[in-house]
Design a protein around this ligand. Structure first.
Ligand code: FMN
Length: 319
């Protein structure tokens, strides 16, 4: 597999240099570098680790992944070895990964998040964390991300613990029925110390086997991702960019249904500095490499020397 190594694709996220704007989304690429056999990781901008909790978790019973006609339903339930094992067995390998490593932090209480964040902060090979406040597949997984007060309290507690480690905050796409839109929550997150925003986690969803009348997932509900959610997230990214992030100078990392380079390019034009690939890697393990190659050709075709100059290059006035 030839490397793309394109100066045009090099970018920067919160002061961290990246080989390209394409990342592997949290929880979809293993704990760390399990994809190194199929992807040139030196072309990838960053790997986001599986979300790590304070204690080990088995996750939800199986089946916990299934497919819809236009996307993927998952209810993994934050299965992970816990921060102690992650720190002793996985973090020591992070320095040899040829792209940036972003540690995904999850929890159920502020103390949980602090314990995981403190271990990530101790690791020089993890310059950035992504705070997962939007997992729909576990009880209490979205509590911090749905309530501005709770979000503010959590992030303000995390900020000093993280020191110079950059903090992305990963929000939910679902704010219907609440008085706060994604741009409001983004503002709260940044005021409390976030350096960037990841938009978005999966959408709570459900599927039924009509023959057996049983749920498709043992957990009954799960998170929808993949092509089905892409256009929803394009609007969220563009809204948050126009209403807040552009003027505040806060980078957006977009996640939702990137399976082709065109999807990634759309996110970049809408205001994303970087994009993440999740479900796309399950369909085609080489998806990220193909997206990177496509973005390189697109950037050249747009007549610019750096993909960064295409970020937010559309400005659609809409509501
Ligand atoms: C199997 C699976 C596991 C996931 N696990 C996590 C996780 O541990 N932490 C997290 O923040 N997001 C997790 N996600 C959400 C993805 O990181 C991403 O936000 C979402 O899937 C949207 O991107 P996509 O449409 O490219 O899949 C998971 C998604 C899938 C499909």
């Amino acid at each position: 597999m030839a490397s793309t190594h394109s100066p045009r694709l090099q970018t920067d996220l919160c002061g961290i240099p990246l080989a390209s704007p394409v990342m592997l989304a949290g929880g979809t690429a293993g704990l760390l570098d399990e994809t190194s056999g199929v992807l040139r990781l030196d072309d990838i901008g960053a790997i986001v680790t599986k979300s790590i909790t304070r204690l080990p978790r088995q996750g939800n019973p199986e089946p916990r992944i299934t497919w819809t006609r236009a996307g993927m339903l998952n209810a993994i339930g934050l299965a992970n070895p816990g921060i102690e094992v992650f720190e002793s067995e996985i973090i020591p390998r992070a320095a040899s990964v040829p792209c940036a490593v972003i540690g995904s932090v999850a929890g159920f209480t502020i103390e949980d998040y602090l314990a995981v964040a403190a271990a990530m902060e101790r690791a020089p090979a993890i310059p950035m964390v992504e705070i997962n406040v939007s997992c729909p597949n576990v009880h209490g997984g979205v509590e911090f991300g749905a309530d501005p007060g709770a979000l503010q309290e959590l992030l303000s507690a995390l900020r000093p613990v993280l020191g110079t480690t950059r903090m992305l905050v990963k929000l939910s796409p679902v704010t219907v029925g609440t008085p706060h839109g994604p741009a409001d929550l983004a503002r709260v997150a940044v005021a409390a110390g976030a350096d960037g925003l990841t938009l978005c986690n999966t959408i709570p969803a459900m599927g039924v086997d009509v023959r057996t009348r049983k749920p498709l997932l043992a957990n009954i509900t799960g998170g929808l991702s993949g092509p089905a959610v892409h256009a929803v997230v394009v609007k969220i990214v563009h809204d948050v960019y126009r209403k807040f992030a552009r003027d505040a100078g806060v980078p957006i990392v977009a996640a939702g249904g990137v399976t082709r380079w065109q999807d990634a390019a759309e996110f970049i034009l809408a205001g994303a500095t970087c994009v993440q690939i999740g479900a796309g890697s399950f369909v085609d393990p080489k998806c990220a490499s193909k997206v990177i190659k496509g973005l390189e050709r697109w950037t050249a075709g747009q007549g610019v020397s750096a993909i960064r100059s295409l970020v937010g290059e559309i400005d659609f006035d809409h509501e």
